[in-house]
Design a protein around this ligand. Structure first.
Ligand code: NAD
Length: 494
Protein backbone atom coordinates (compact mmCIF):
# COMPACT_ATOMS: atom_id res chain seq x y z
CA UNK A 1 0.00 0.00 0.00
CA UNK A 2 1.39 3.39 -0.96
CA UNK A 3 1.26 6.62 0.99
CA UNK A 4 -1.96 8.57 0.49
CA UNK A 5 -3.18 12.14 0.74
CA UNK A 6 -5.31 12.46 3.89
CA UNK A 7 -7.08 15.50 2.46
CA UNK A 8 -8.49 13.38 -0.35
CA UNK A 9 -10.62 11.23 1.93
CA UNK A 10 -14.12 12.37 2.80
CA UNK A 11 -15.87 10.96 5.87
CA UNK A 12 -19.50 11.20 6.90
CA UNK A 13 -20.28 12.42 10.40
CA UNK A 14 -23.47 10.43 10.74
CA UNK A 15 -25.21 7.50 12.38
CA UNK A 16 -26.15 4.46 10.31
CA UNK A 17 -29.56 3.12 11.26
CA UNK A 18 -31.95 0.92 9.31
CA UNK A 19 -29.59 0.76 6.34
CA UNK A 20 -29.40 4.55 5.98
CA UNK A 21 -27.20 7.42 7.10
CA UNK A 22 -28.99 9.58 9.67
CA UNK A 23 -27.82 13.17 10.01
CA UNK A 24 -29.29 13.99 13.43
CA UNK A 25 -29.30 17.53 14.85
CA UNK A 26 -27.99 18.32 18.29
CA UNK A 27 -24.67 18.19 20.09
CA UNK A 28 -21.50 17.26 18.25
CA UNK A 29 -17.79 16.98 18.84
CA UNK A 30 -14.68 17.63 16.78
CA UNK A 31 -12.69 14.61 15.66
CA UNK A 32 -8.93 15.06 15.19
CA UNK A 33 -6.42 12.95 13.26
CA UNK A 34 -3.84 11.49 15.67
CA UNK A 35 -1.07 11.88 13.07
CA UNK A 36 -1.20 15.68 12.98
CA UNK A 37 -3.82 16.71 15.52
CA UNK A 38 -5.90 18.34 12.79
CA UNK A 39 -9.69 18.37 13.20
CA UNK A 40 -11.05 16.72 10.09
CA UNK A 41 -14.68 16.02 10.90
CA UNK A 42 -17.54 16.71 13.22
CA UNK A 43 -19.28 13.83 14.95
CA UNK A 44 -22.89 13.91 16.13
CA UNK A 45 -23.44 12.79 19.72
CA UNK A 46 -26.41 10.46 19.71
CA UNK A 47 -28.67 11.28 22.66
CA UNK A 48 -31.04 8.87 24.44
CA UNK A 49 -33.81 9.49 21.85
CA UNK A 50 -31.50 8.74 18.94
CA UNK A 51 -30.25 5.56 20.64
CA UNK A 52 -33.83 4.49 21.40
CA UNK A 53 -34.70 5.02 17.75
CA UNK A 54 -31.74 2.84 16.69
CA UNK A 55 -32.49 0.03 19.14
CA UNK A 56 -36.27 0.02 18.55
CA UNK A 57 -35.63 -0.05 14.82
CA UNK A 58 -33.08 -2.88 15.20
CA UNK A 59 -35.57 -4.88 17.23
CA UNK A 60 -38.28 -4.45 14.59
CA UNK A 61 -35.87 -5.28 11.76
CA UNK A 62 -34.67 -8.33 13.67
CA UNK A 63 -38.19 -9.68 14.05
CA UNK A 64 -39.51 -8.73 10.62
CA UNK A 65 -36.48 -9.84 8.61
CA UNK A 66 -36.32 -13.28 10.19
CA UNK A 67 -32.55 -12.88 10.69
CA UNK A 68 -32.69 -14.96 13.86
CA UNK A 69 -35.10 -17.57 12.55
CA UNK A 70 -33.91 -18.18 8.96
CA UNK A 71 -32.00 -21.32 7.99
CA UNK A 72 -28.61 -20.85 9.68
CA UNK A 73 -26.87 -21.90 6.49
CA UNK A 74 -28.45 -18.96 4.67
CA UNK A 75 -27.25 -16.60 7.41
CA UNK A 76 -23.77 -18.11 7.01
CA UNK A 77 -23.90 -17.51 3.24
CA UNK A 78 -24.76 -13.83 3.72
CA UNK A 79 -22.01 -13.35 6.30
CA UNK A 80 -19.44 -15.01 4.02
CA UNK A 81 -20.44 -12.52 1.33
CA UNK A 82 -19.99 -9.75 3.91
CA UNK A 83 -16.48 -11.05 4.71
CA UNK A 84 -15.60 -11.20 1.01
CA UNK A 85 -16.87 -7.65 0.56
CA UNK A 86 -14.63 -6.37 3.38
CA UNK A 87 -11.57 -8.08 1.93
CA UNK A 88 -12.34 -6.75 -1.55
CA UNK A 89 -12.77 -3.23 -0.21
CA UNK A 90 -9.31 -2.86 1.32
CA UNK A 91 -8.32 -0.01 -1.02
CA UNK A 92 -11.11 2.07 0.55
CA UNK A 93 -11.11 0.63 4.06
CA UNK A 94 -7.36 0.67 4.80
CA UNK A 95 -6.84 4.42 4.13
CA UNK A 96 -10.11 5.18 5.93
CA UNK A 97 -8.88 3.24 8.95
CA UNK A 98 -5.43 4.83 8.83
CA UNK A 99 -6.73 8.38 8.35
CA UNK A 100 -8.31 8.84 11.74
CA UNK A 101 -6.68 6.19 13.91
CA UNK A 102 -3.20 5.20 15.04
CA UNK A 103 -2.96 2.39 12.49
CA UNK A 104 -0.21 2.97 9.90
CA UNK A 105 -1.60 2.41 6.43
CA UNK A 106 0.66 -0.50 5.62
CA UNK A 107 -0.51 -2.32 8.76
CA UNK A 108 -4.15 -1.43 8.06
CA UNK A 109 -3.77 -2.88 4.59
CA UNK A 110 -1.76 -5.97 5.54
CA UNK A 111 -3.49 -6.81 8.81
CA UNK A 112 -6.49 -4.81 10.04
CA UNK A 113 -8.69 -5.16 6.96
CA UNK A 114 -7.99 -8.82 6.13
CA UNK A 115 -8.19 -9.70 9.84
CA UNK A 116 -11.57 -7.98 10.19
CA UNK A 117 -12.83 -9.86 7.10
CA UNK A 118 -11.54 -13.17 8.38
CA UNK A 119 -13.17 -12.58 11.76
CA UNK A 120 -16.57 -12.30 10.10
CA UNK A 121 -15.85 -15.40 7.97
CA UNK A 122 -14.74 -17.41 11.02
CA UNK A 123 -18.05 -16.75 12.79
CA UNK A 124 -20.14 -17.28 9.65
CA UNK A 125 -18.93 -20.87 9.80
CA UNK A 126 -20.44 -21.30 13.28
CA UNK A 127 -23.95 -20.30 12.23
CA UNK A 128 -25.00 -23.80 11.21
CA UNK A 129 -22.52 -25.76 13.34
CA UNK A 130 -23.60 -25.12 16.91
CA UNK A 131 -27.22 -25.61 17.85
CA UNK A 132 -28.50 -27.23 21.01
CA UNK A 133 -28.00 -30.63 22.63
CA UNK A 134 -30.16 -33.63 23.36
CA UNK A 135 -29.76 -34.55 27.01
CA UNK A 136 -29.29 -38.06 28.39
CA UNK A 137 -32.73 -38.73 29.90
CA UNK A 138 -34.74 -41.87 30.62
CA UNK A 139 -36.70 -43.10 27.63
CA UNK A 140 -39.96 -41.72 28.94
CA UNK A 141 -38.65 -38.19 28.34
CA UNK A 142 -36.94 -36.13 25.70
CA UNK A 143 -34.70 -33.42 27.14
CA UNK A 144 -32.89 -30.84 25.07
CA UNK A 145 -31.38 -27.40 24.97
CA UNK A 146 -32.18 -25.01 22.13
CA UNK A 147 -29.72 -22.22 21.28
CA UNK A 148 -31.46 -18.90 20.68
CA UNK A 149 -30.20 -15.38 19.95
CA UNK A 150 -30.77 -12.60 22.47
CA UNK A 151 -32.36 -10.19 20.00
CA UNK A 152 -30.43 -6.93 19.90
CA UNK A 153 -26.83 -6.91 21.12
CA UNK A 154 -25.30 -3.59 22.19
CA UNK A 155 -21.61 -3.46 21.23
CA UNK A 156 -19.17 -0.79 22.41
CA UNK A 157 -15.67 -0.61 20.94
CA UNK A 158 -12.37 1.17 21.81
CA UNK A 159 -10.19 3.30 19.53
CA UNK A 160 -7.00 1.25 19.29
CA UNK A 161 -8.02 -1.15 16.47
CA UNK A 162 -11.36 0.25 15.28
CA UNK A 163 -12.16 -2.25 12.51
CA UNK A 164 -10.78 -5.36 14.16
CA UNK A 165 -12.36 -4.71 17.56
CA UNK A 166 -15.71 -4.06 15.86
CA UNK A 167 -15.44 -7.29 13.85
CA UNK A 168 -14.78 -9.31 17.01
CA UNK A 169 -18.07 -8.01 18.37
CA UNK A 170 -20.33 -8.06 15.33
CA UNK A 171 -19.09 -11.36 13.82
CA UNK A 172 -20.29 -13.70 16.59
CA UNK A 173 -23.36 -11.59 17.42
CA UNK A 174 -24.66 -11.61 13.82
CA UNK A 175 -23.74 -15.24 13.18
CA UNK A 176 -25.70 -16.28 16.26
CA UNK A 177 -28.76 -14.57 14.77
CA UNK A 178 -28.80 -11.28 16.69
CA UNK A 179 -29.17 -7.73 15.44
CA UNK A 180 -26.39 -5.35 16.55
CA UNK A 181 -26.20 -1.70 17.50
CA UNK A 182 -22.52 -0.75 17.60
CA UNK A 183 -21.06 2.36 19.17
CA UNK A 184 -17.48 2.90 18.03
CA UNK A 185 -15.09 5.11 19.97
CA UNK A 186 -15.75 8.80 19.45
CA UNK A 187 -12.04 9.14 18.60
CA UNK A 188 -12.15 6.67 15.67
CA UNK A 189 -15.77 6.60 14.51
CA UNK A 190 -15.75 6.48 10.72
CA UNK A 191 -14.32 3.26 9.32
CA UNK A 192 -17.06 1.08 10.86
CA UNK A 193 -19.68 3.04 8.91
CA UNK A 194 -18.18 1.52 5.78
CA UNK A 195 -18.46 -1.92 7.43
CA UNK A 196 -22.16 -1.33 8.01
CA UNK A 197 -22.68 -0.30 4.38
CA UNK A 198 -20.88 -3.43 3.18
CA UNK A 199 -22.96 -5.65 5.46
CA UNK A 200 -26.21 -4.36 4.01
CA UNK A 201 -24.88 -4.61 0.45
CA UNK A 202 -23.93 -8.24 1.15
CA UNK A 203 -27.50 -9.08 2.16
CA UNK A 204 -27.66 -8.50 5.92
CA UNK A 205 -31.18 -7.09 6.26
CA UNK A 206 -31.33 -3.31 6.72
CA UNK A 207 -31.60 -2.54 10.43
CA UNK A 208 -29.82 -5.69 11.59
CA UNK A 209 -26.43 -3.95 11.83
CA UNK A 210 -26.48 -0.33 12.95
CA UNK A 211 -23.94 2.24 14.12
CA UNK A 212 -24.70 4.99 16.63
CA UNK A 213 -22.14 7.74 17.10
CA UNK A 214 -21.24 9.66 20.20
CA UNK A 215 -19.37 9.70 23.47
CA UNK A 216 -19.52 7.18 26.30
CA UNK A 217 -21.34 9.25 28.86
CA UNK A 218 -24.29 10.08 26.59
CA UNK A 219 -24.52 7.58 23.75
CA UNK A 220 -22.74 4.53 25.21
CA UNK A 221 -24.63 4.79 28.49
CA UNK A 222 -28.01 5.13 26.73
CA UNK A 223 -27.22 2.09 24.59
CA UNK A 224 -26.31 -0.10 27.57
CA UNK A 225 -29.42 0.97 29.48
CA UNK A 226 -31.98 0.52 26.70
CA UNK A 227 -34.50 -2.13 27.78
CA UNK A 228 -34.50 -3.92 24.41
CA UNK A 229 -30.74 -4.55 24.53
CA UNK A 230 -30.51 -8.23 25.46
CA UNK A 231 -26.75 -8.48 25.85
CA UNK A 232 -23.84 -6.07 26.04
CA UNK A 233 -20.38 -6.69 24.67
CA UNK A 234 -17.68 -4.16 25.52
CA UNK A 235 -13.98 -3.65 24.90
CA UNK A 236 -12.22 -0.78 26.63
CA UNK A 237 -10.78 0.33 29.92
CA UNK A 238 -11.37 -1.42 33.23
CA UNK A 239 -12.99 1.71 34.69
CA UNK A 240 -15.57 1.97 31.91
CA UNK A 241 -16.15 -1.78 32.06
CA UNK A 242 -17.11 -1.50 35.72
CA UNK A 243 -19.53 1.36 34.96
CA UNK A 244 -21.11 -0.67 32.17
CA UNK A 245 -21.45 -3.72 34.40
CA UNK A 246 -23.26 -1.62 37.01
CA UNK A 247 -25.56 -0.14 34.34
CA UNK A 248 -26.33 -3.64 33.03
CA UNK A 249 -27.17 -4.80 36.54
CA UNK A 250 -29.57 -1.92 37.10
CA UNK A 251 -31.38 -2.09 33.78
CA UNK A 252 -32.32 -5.72 33.35
CA UNK A 253 -29.43 -7.83 34.72
CA UNK A 254 -28.13 -8.07 31.17
CA UNK A 255 -25.33 -10.50 30.44
CA UNK A 256 -22.12 -8.69 29.60
CA UNK A 257 -18.80 -9.55 28.00
CA UNK A 258 -15.98 -7.26 29.15
CA UNK A 259 -12.56 -7.13 27.46
CA UNK A 260 -10.56 -4.72 29.58
CA UNK A 261 -7.08 -3.44 30.34
CA UNK A 262 -3.85 -5.22 31.13
CA UNK A 263 -0.26 -4.89 32.31
CA UNK A 264 1.19 -8.05 30.90
CA UNK A 265 4.58 -9.52 31.91
CA UNK A 266 7.08 -11.07 29.51
CA UNK A 267 9.22 -13.53 31.48
CA UNK A 268 12.56 -14.46 29.91
CA UNK A 269 14.77 -17.20 31.37
CA UNK A 270 18.47 -17.49 30.60
CA UNK A 271 17.89 -20.71 28.62
CA UNK A 272 15.42 -19.06 26.22
CA UNK A 273 16.39 -20.18 22.72
CA UNK A 274 17.66 -17.65 20.18
CA UNK A 275 18.01 -14.37 22.04
CA UNK A 276 17.62 -12.39 18.80
CA UNK A 277 14.15 -13.87 18.31
CA UNK A 278 13.22 -13.23 21.92
CA UNK A 279 14.31 -9.59 21.53
CA UNK A 280 12.17 -9.23 18.40
CA UNK A 281 9.12 -10.59 20.25
CA UNK A 282 9.63 -8.31 23.23
CA UNK A 283 10.20 -5.28 20.99
CA UNK A 284 7.14 -5.95 18.89
CA UNK A 285 5.08 -6.67 22.04
CA UNK A 286 5.66 -3.09 23.19
CA UNK A 287 6.07 -1.21 19.89
CA UNK A 288 3.08 -2.50 17.90
CA UNK A 289 0.58 0.34 17.59
CA UNK A 290 3.02 2.32 19.79
CA UNK A 291 2.10 0.17 22.77
CA UNK A 292 -1.59 1.03 22.47
CA UNK A 293 -2.57 -2.62 22.66
CA UNK A 294 -4.49 -4.28 25.49
CA UNK A 295 -2.06 -7.22 25.56
CA UNK A 296 1.09 -5.07 25.19
CA UNK A 297 3.91 -6.95 26.92
CA UNK A 298 4.84 -3.89 28.93
CA UNK A 299 6.75 -5.52 31.81
CA UNK A 300 9.96 -7.32 30.90
CA UNK A 301 11.04 -9.73 33.65
CA UNK A 302 14.43 -11.15 32.72
CA UNK A 303 16.84 -13.52 34.42
CA UNK A 304 19.70 -11.36 35.61
CA UNK A 305 22.48 -13.19 33.74
CA UNK A 306 21.06 -12.34 30.29
CA UNK A 307 19.50 -8.97 31.05
CA UNK A 308 22.21 -6.88 29.42
CA UNK A 309 22.52 -8.70 26.07
CA UNK A 310 18.71 -8.90 25.77
CA UNK A 311 18.11 -5.23 26.55
CA UNK A 312 20.86 -4.23 24.10
CA UNK A 313 19.09 -6.14 21.33
CA UNK A 314 15.66 -4.74 22.16
CA UNK A 315 17.06 -1.22 22.26
CA UNK A 316 18.60 -1.67 18.81
CA UNK A 317 15.28 -2.83 17.30
CA UNK A 318 13.28 -0.05 18.92
CA UNK A 319 15.84 2.50 17.74
CA UNK A 320 15.19 1.49 14.13
CA UNK A 321 11.50 2.43 14.19
CA UNK A 322 10.32 5.33 12.12
CA UNK A 323 7.72 7.63 13.69
CA UNK A 324 5.43 9.20 11.16
CA UNK A 325 1.94 9.90 9.97
CA UNK A 326 -0.34 6.93 9.45
CA UNK A 327 -0.74 7.87 5.78
CA UNK A 328 3.00 7.51 5.06
CA UNK A 329 3.88 4.05 3.75
CA UNK A 330 7.23 3.94 5.61
CA UNK A 331 5.80 4.64 9.09
CA UNK A 332 6.67 1.90 11.55
CA UNK A 333 6.00 3.75 14.82
CA UNK A 334 2.38 4.83 15.17
CA UNK A 335 1.27 8.14 16.64
CA UNK A 336 -0.26 8.32 20.10
CA UNK A 337 -4.05 8.70 19.93
CA UNK A 338 -4.09 12.26 21.38
CA UNK A 339 -1.87 14.93 22.93
CA UNK A 340 -3.34 14.46 26.45
CA UNK A 341 -2.52 10.74 26.20
CA UNK A 342 1.07 11.51 25.12
CA UNK A 343 1.35 13.92 28.06
CA UNK A 344 0.07 11.22 30.40
CA UNK A 345 2.66 8.73 29.12
CA UNK A 346 5.40 11.33 29.60
CA UNK A 347 4.21 12.16 33.13
CA UNK A 348 4.36 8.49 34.17
CA UNK A 349 7.86 8.14 32.69
CA UNK A 350 9.05 11.38 34.41
CA UNK A 351 7.67 10.19 37.75
CA UNK A 352 9.51 6.87 37.38
CA UNK A 353 12.77 8.69 36.59
CA UNK A 354 12.34 10.89 39.65
CA UNK A 355 11.85 7.76 41.75
CA UNK A 356 15.23 6.45 40.57
CA UNK A 357 14.49 4.54 37.36
CA UNK A 358 16.94 4.94 34.48
CA UNK A 359 15.90 5.40 30.86
CA UNK A 360 17.88 3.21 28.54
CA UNK A 361 16.30 4.96 25.56
CA UNK A 362 13.35 7.20 24.74
CA UNK A 363 11.67 8.95 27.69
CA UNK A 364 10.64 11.86 25.47
CA UNK A 365 8.05 12.92 22.99
CA UNK A 366 9.15 12.79 19.37
CA UNK A 367 9.07 15.67 16.93
CA UNK A 368 8.53 14.26 13.47
CA UNK A 369 9.27 16.28 10.37
CA UNK A 370 6.05 16.34 8.44
CA UNK A 371 2.99 16.24 10.66
CA UNK A 372 2.85 19.30 12.87
CA UNK A 373 0.84 18.80 16.02
CA UNK A 374 0.73 15.01 16.08
CA UNK A 375 1.61 13.23 19.30
CA UNK A 376 4.44 10.70 19.11
CA UNK A 377 6.38 9.03 21.89
CA UNK A 378 9.84 7.56 21.57
CA UNK A 379 10.07 3.85 22.47
CA UNK A 380 11.27 3.82 26.04
CA UNK A 381 13.05 1.22 28.16
CA UNK A 382 13.01 1.93 31.91
CA UNK A 383 15.51 0.02 34.06
CA UNK A 384 15.82 -0.10 37.84
CA UNK A 385 12.12 0.59 38.32
CA UNK A 386 10.63 0.04 41.73
CA UNK A 387 7.87 -2.55 41.90
CA UNK A 388 5.40 -0.06 43.35
CA UNK A 389 5.98 2.74 40.84
CA UNK A 390 3.09 3.82 38.64
CA UNK A 391 5.10 2.80 35.56
CA UNK A 392 5.08 -0.82 36.77
CA UNK A 393 1.54 -0.92 38.17
CA UNK A 394 -0.61 1.04 35.70
CA UNK A 395 -1.50 0.38 32.10
CA UNK A 396 0.44 3.12 30.27
CA UNK A 397 -0.91 2.46 26.75
CA UNK A 398 2.27 3.75 25.14
CA UNK A 399 5.64 2.34 23.97
CA UNK A 400 7.12 2.08 27.47
CA UNK A 401 8.80 -1.13 28.61
CA UNK A 402 9.83 -1.52 32.24
CA UNK A 403 12.59 -3.99 33.11
CA UNK A 404 12.91 -6.00 36.32
CA UNK A 405 15.45 -8.77 36.89
CA UNK A 406 15.11 -12.05 38.80
CA UNK A 407 17.33 -14.91 39.92
CA UNK A 408 14.81 -17.71 40.38
CA UNK A 409 11.53 -19.05 39.04
CA UNK A 410 9.73 -18.14 42.26
CA UNK A 411 11.01 -14.61 42.08
CA UNK A 412 9.87 -14.33 38.46
CA UNK A 413 6.39 -15.51 39.42
CA UNK A 414 6.17 -13.09 42.32
CA UNK A 415 7.13 -10.18 40.04
CA UNK A 416 4.70 -11.32 37.34
CA UNK A 417 1.66 -11.30 39.65
CA UNK A 418 -0.31 -8.08 39.30
CA UNK A 419 -2.71 -6.87 41.95
CA UNK A 420 -5.48 -6.05 39.46
CA UNK A 421 -4.78 -7.20 35.94
CA UNK A 422 -4.51 -10.69 34.42
CA UNK A 423 -4.90 -10.31 30.67
CA UNK A 424 -1.86 -12.03 29.13
CA UNK A 425 1.68 -13.20 29.89
CA UNK A 426 4.66 -14.43 27.89
CA UNK A 427 7.10 -17.13 28.99
CA UNK A 428 10.36 -17.64 27.09
CA UNK A 429 12.34 -20.73 28.06
CA UNK A 430 13.70 -23.96 26.56
CA UNK A 431 12.54 -25.94 29.61
CA UNK A 432 9.13 -27.47 28.84
CA UNK A 433 8.50 -28.47 32.45
CA UNK A 434 9.17 -24.95 33.65
CA UNK A 435 6.99 -23.46 30.91
CA UNK A 436 4.07 -25.68 31.93
CA UNK A 437 4.59 -24.96 35.63
CA UNK A 438 4.33 -21.25 34.86
CA UNK A 439 1.32 -21.73 32.59
CA UNK A 440 -0.47 -23.29 35.56
CA UNK A 441 0.63 -20.68 38.08
CA UNK A 442 0.28 -17.44 36.15
CA UNK A 443 -3.03 -15.69 36.76
CA UNK A 444 -3.70 -14.58 33.19
CA UNK A 445 -6.39 -15.26 30.62
CA UNK A 446 -3.75 -16.04 27.98
CA UNK A 447 -0.20 -17.37 28.33
CA UNK A 448 2.06 -17.41 25.30
CA UNK A 449 5.10 -19.66 25.42
CA UNK A 450 8.10 -18.85 23.19
CA UNK A 451 5.96 -16.42 21.22
CA UNK A 452 4.09 -13.25 22.05
CA UNK A 453 0.84 -12.37 20.35
CA UNK A 454 -2.24 -13.98 18.93
CA UNK A 455 -2.27 -16.42 16.08
CA UNK A 456 -4.20 -15.34 13.02
CA UNK A 457 -6.73 -18.14 13.09
CA UNK A 458 -9.28 -16.98 15.70
CA UNK A 459 -9.62 -20.41 17.32
CA UNK A 460 -8.00 -19.41 20.61
CA UNK A 461 -10.28 -17.21 22.71
CA UNK A 462 -8.98 -14.06 24.36
CA UNK A 463 -10.12 -12.50 27.61
CA UNK A 464 -8.83 -11.52 31.00
CA UNK A 465 -8.64 -12.83 34.52
CA UNK A 466 -9.26 -10.52 37.46
CA UNK A 467 -10.01 -6.91 36.51
CA UNK A 468 -8.96 -7.54 32.91
CA UNK A 469 -12.41 -8.76 32.06
CA UNK A 470 -15.26 -11.22 32.02
CA UNK A 471 -15.92 -13.67 29.19
CA UNK A 472 -14.07 -14.13 25.93
CA UNK A 473 -13.77 -12.67 22.49
CA UNK A 474 -12.72 -15.00 19.65
CA UNK A 475 -12.96 -18.77 19.67
CA UNK A 476 -16.20 -20.68 19.92
CA UNK A 477 -16.69 -19.11 23.35
CA UNK A 478 -17.49 -15.72 21.79
CA UNK A 479 -20.10 -17.35 19.56
CA UNK A 480 -21.75 -19.13 22.48
CA UNK A 481 -21.73 -15.91 24.51
CA UNK A 482 -24.09 -14.42 21.95
CA UNK A 483 -26.63 -17.20 22.44
CA UNK A 484 -28.92 -18.12 25.29
CA UNK A 485 -29.86 -21.72 25.87
CA UNK A 486 -33.44 -22.82 26.49
CA UNK A 487 -33.95 -26.14 28.29
CA UNK A 488 -36.86 -28.29 27.14
CA UNK A 489 -38.11 -31.46 28.86
CA UNK A 490 -40.95 -33.42 27.26
CA UNK A 491 -42.80 -36.22 29.02
CA UNK A 492 -43.41 -38.67 26.17
CA UNK A 493 -46.27 -40.35 28.03
CA UNK A 494 -47.88 -37.19 29.34
P1 NAD B 1 -12.61 3.55 27.12
O1 NAD B 1 -13.07 2.68 28.20
O2 NAD B 1 -12.28 4.96 27.43
O3 NAD B 1 -13.70 3.63 25.95
C1 NAD B 1 -14.14 2.47 25.27
C2 NAD B 1 -15.52 2.73 24.70
O4 NAD B 1 -16.46 2.87 25.78
C3 NAD B 1 -15.65 4.00 23.86
O5 NAD B 1 -16.47 3.72 22.75
C4 NAD B 1 -16.32 4.96 24.82
O6 NAD B 1 -17.06 5.98 24.16
C5 NAD B 1 -17.24 4.04 25.58
N1 NAD B 1 -17.67 4.50 26.91
C6 NAD B 1 -17.00 5.30 27.78
N2 NAD B 1 -17.74 5.47 28.91
C7 NAD B 1 -18.88 4.76 28.75
C8 NAD B 1 -20.02 4.52 29.58
N3 NAD B 1 -20.14 5.06 30.80
N4 NAD B 1 -21.00 3.73 29.11
C9 NAD B 1 -20.90 3.16 27.89
N5 NAD B 1 -19.85 3.35 27.06
C10 NAD B 1 -18.84 4.13 27.49
O7 NAD B 1 -11.38 2.79 26.44
P2 NAD B 1 -10.44 3.29 25.25
O8 NAD B 1 -9.53 4.36 25.78
O9 NAD B 1 -11.25 3.57 24.03
O10 NAD B 1 -9.59 1.96 24.91
C11 NAD B 1 -8.42 1.64 25.56
C12 NAD B 1 -8.69 0.57 26.60
O11 NAD B 1 -9.27 -0.56 25.98
C13 NAD B 1 -7.41 0.07 27.26
O12 NAD B 1 -7.61 -0.06 28.65
C14 NAD B 1 -7.21 -1.31 26.62
O13 NAD B 1 -6.47 -2.19 27.40
C15 NAD B 1 -8.62 -1.75 26.43
N6 NAD B 1 -8.68 -2.80 25.39
C16 NAD B 1 -8.88 -4.11 25.78
C17 NAD B 1 -8.90 -5.14 24.84
C18 NAD B 1 -9.09 -6.58 25.25
O14 NAD B 1 -9.34 -7.42 24.37
N7 NAD B 1 -9.02 -6.91 26.53
C19 NAD B 1 -8.71 -4.83 23.48
C20 NAD B 1 -8.50 -3.50 23.11
C21 NAD B 1 -8.49 -2.49 24.08
Amino acid sequence: MNSFDPGAIVVRGAHYIGGEYIQAQGASLDVARPSDGRVYAELPIGDADLVAHAVDNAWRAWRQSGWGTMAPRERARILRRFADAIAADSKTLAPLEALGSTRPVRDAFAWDVPFAAEGIRFYAEFADKIGGDVAATDHGHLGMTIAEPYGVVGAIAPWNFPLVMASWKIGPALAAGNAVVLKPSEMTPFSVLRLAELAIEAGVPAGVFNVVQGDGRTTGDALVRHPLIGKVTFTGSTRTGAAIMAACAHTGTKPVTLELGGKSPQIVFADAPRLDDVARRIASGIATNAGQVCVAGSRLLVERSIAEPLIERIERILGGLNAGATWEADTTLAPIISTPQAQRIDAIVRAALEEGAQARCGARRVETGAPAGGAYYAPTILEHVSADSTAVREEIFGPVLTVQTFDSEDEALALAAHADYGLAAGVHTADVGRALRLVRKLEAGTVWVNRYGRSNDFVIPTGGYKRSGIGKDLGKQAYEANLRFKSVLIDLNG
